[in-house]
Design a binder for this molecule. Sequence first.
Ligand code: ADP
Ligand code: NG1
Length: 458
Amino acid sequence: MAAEGPAARRVQVAEHPRLLKLKDMFYSKFGSMPKFYARAPGRVNIIGEHIDYCGYSVLPMAVEQDMLIAVEPVQTHTLQLANTNPLYPDFSTSANNIDIDKTKPLWHNYFLCGFKGIQEHFGLNKLTGMNCLVDGNIPPGSGLSSSSALVCCAGLVTLTVLGQKLSKVELAEICAKSERYIGTEGGGMDQSISFLAEEGTAKLIEFSPLRATDVKLPSGAVFVIANSCVEMNKAATSHFNIRVMECRLAAKLLAKYKGLQWDKVLRLEEVQASLGIGLEEMLLVTEDALHSEPYSPKEICRCLGISMEELRTQILSPNTQDVLTFKLYQRAKHVYSEAARVYQFKKICEEVPDNMVQLLGDLMNQSHTSCRDLYECSCPELDQLVDICRKFGAQGSRLTGAGWGGCTVSIVPAEKLPSFLANVQEAYYQRSSPREAPEKQNLFATKPGGGALVFLEA
Ligand code: ADP
Ligand code: NG1
């Protein structure tokens, strides 16, 4: 059963200041009027970090911040992209010859990922051109998925211009796959929540097959996002892909240890599914099968009985082929324990115990510890921010998204919110070292927002 595609909503542009501004800028830029607008939101991942690409469920919600694009289809086969932010230069290319340069994650390449994904899905080689003006307000490189929001919005724009229909699940799957053209081997969390989000509810996102289930968050608490102000572009470094490869190698070694057909195995979840055992038991298997000292490529080849060439070309991604050590034990321990925390979080939300906020906070704190110590995807600024958030009233606080910078998410009892915001503002943004971006964008309470949409002028 395919769910409906993203809704098209009729709006009076004059009543929406951001749309009106975009429309005016579009006219100044292209000398014509946009025919429609599309938006796709960013997200905050509440719990379940770095486990989507291992096949495990995650628990994000969409945020209000989004990518908004004004669009005019044109008869030429030229794709013209402009951005309201002067940091992102204009770009133009033939719509029939999309080339995505993996060596430089320039902003327009994210648009091209979504564009190409839809083009390929329908097997089209002569695409109509379009003029697009992009306006985004998700802080970039901050773990709130600005990149995926852009890929998803571009995918939705392309689908709309083609006059085709796809379900939200199909769109999410296409965009998850096509964002990998940028070079990062991400899971599908960001694209899934961008399309499948619904206002007022977080979602448990499960994979293979992709599906989303409502998770009702506690009414007595607020989720607060705080930006460490350390920006980190996933595609410009190899941190992210190294983790994906470490998980892949750990899955293969665990599968081999358990006598499974390891060469077909890519994800840690597949090992668990093949063994038919629980996550607790997988942690014990990990302790038996792997050692905590880092593995050299040579040792991995010996364990798997493959050549260095096979390891490099058949298992590793292009930007991880020269990595000297892989930490398999620590990464697998993080993944199996984090996957268990996601289910515990959902169960607590369903059972609504009296000390719910405290229990959820404890899980978020454990998640941060695991990200910091086992997965090593935190950084000193994130650790400092998490400590400050806890000190001023958060029941739990953790990094969110890929890490190595970006944002934290904290669960704060509703009555403590005003003092929490004032104190964290003082302690992190003013006292330690004055951070530049305006206060509202750095520290804000957030609620589950809605998913991607097309707007037509009424
Ligand atoms: P994240 O998805 O966590 O925000 P990424 O490093 O994956 O971080 O993606 C950030 C990149 O997305 C930016 O470097 C930029 O290329 C692109 N991007 C983000 N916001 C915008 C925007 N408003 N307009 C154009 N490109 C954007
Ligand atoms: P962000 O926070 O957008 O960099 C990345 C991945 C997710 C997930 C998280 C970590 C992409 C597009 N996104 O998100 O799939 O693995 O890291 O949980 O690669």
